[in-house]
Design a protein around this ligand. Structure first.
Ligand SMILES: Nc1ncnc2c1ncn2[C@@H]1O[C@H](COP(=O)(O)OP(=O)(O)OP(=O)(O)O)[C@@H](O)[C@H]1O
Ligand SMILES: [Mg+2]
Length: 303
């Protein structure tokens, strides 16, 4: 791979990806990271929608730069945009249209569409125009569309974005089930998605992979301690770890080694969540520790 992507516009240059290497062989891998980190750019390159500035990606042994057509046949893509649908057509008609692009016969297309609509829980909405779908329904239709030609590789950009709690749970179940037979690369800002779906995680920040691993090993590597620190003695660099205030103390959740050396009222080992790992790795530390300290003086916090 060694993938890099530069965007140039108005004389400015942005490296959205820088020397990215990953290897996804089976089940589901999650790409996580802050807004603008390069996640969608990565998926777009793998999907052959944009070309890398440097490097290449092999999908099922095929090069995205040299054999984009062949690559497209073996992958399905779910994007964040809903512009992929014809709003005046029904969900069923949209799926049949996309099936025809992959040269399925009408009969095959219909039965495949019906099967997928039922898989994503839209069987009763198949004949309704897409313009009448809610956001969550549109996301589910987008997943069905990505699967229309039964691709081996699935790319899902924020599959649960805007999806309600129960539907998101259903969506995670579907994706997890799919990951048994397909190779899935997905992005999400929801750690619950990552926790439940991904067997591997790639964390990217400013276009570079800053950490990778399976959820369990990442959680043990960044094992978290909860500690209470007197409000006035909290160093600025620790501000990002504050989770609440209690009895004049700030309660932190931070990696063990970060807590070492701090003046603490008490500390205890707790279960580490992926969110803790994420904060430890990408938390910007922009939050100003004085915000907490001023609260007491300003009189709007607890006295
Ligand atoms: N077509 C483009 N032209 C110029 N810059 C772009 C283009 N597409 C993306 N970028 C820039 O590339 C960087 C990565 O964007 P990208 O959309 O990949 O981020 P992301 O990780 O998907 O973010 P988010 O979590 O907000 O979806 C950003 O700095 C973005 O502004
Ligand atoms: Mg994105």
């Amino acid at each position: 791979m060694n993938l890099s992507k530069e965007f140039r516009s108005g004389g400015k240059s942005v490296w959205a990806l820088k020397e990215v290497n990953m290897n996804v062989h089976s089940s589901a891998a999650a790409v996580i990271g802050p807004n603008g980190a390069g996640k969608t750019t990565l998926l777009k390159i793998v999907a052959t929608l944009i070309e890398p500035t440097e490097g290449d990606v092999l999908v099922n042994g095929l090069s995205v730069t040299r054999e984009p057509k062949e690559v497209r046949r073996s992958l399905g893509l779910m994007t964040v945009s809903d512009r992929v649908f014809y709003f005046r057509l029904s969900g069923m008609e949209n799926l049949i249209f996309y099936a025809s692009l992959y040269h399925l016969s009408l009969a095959e297309a219909k039965s495949r569409a019906r099967e997928l609509l039922s898989m994503v829980g839209l069987e009763e909405w198949g004949n309704v125009q897409v313009m009448k779908y809610s956001l969550g329904m549109m996301r589910r239709l987008a997943l069905a569309r990505a699967l229309i030609h039964d691709p081996l590789v699935l790319l899902l950009d924020e599959p649960t974005l805007g999806v309600d709690v129960v539907s998101a749970r259903k969506m995670r179940e579907i994706i997890r089930e799919l990951s048994r037979e397909k190779v899935i690369l997905f992005t999400s800002h929801y750690m619950k998605d990552v926790e439940e779906i991904a067997s591997n995680i790639y964390l990217i920040k400013e276009g570079r992979i800053v950490e990778r691993g399976d959820p369990r090993s990442l959680k043990s590597k960044y094992a978290i301690v909860e500690a209470a620190v007197p409000r006035d003695s909290l160093p600025q660099r620790m501000a990002r770890y504050v989770v609440e205030e209690r009895d004049g103390n700030l309660i932190l959740r931070a990696p063990v080694e970060e807590i070492d050396g701090l003046e603490v009222e008490w500390k205890r080992r707790v279960d580490t969540s992926l969110e803790d790992v994420y904060v430890a790795l990408v938390g910007e530390g922009k939050m100003d520790v004085r915000t907490y300290q001023n609260r007491r003086r300003g009189g709007w916090g607890r006295q």
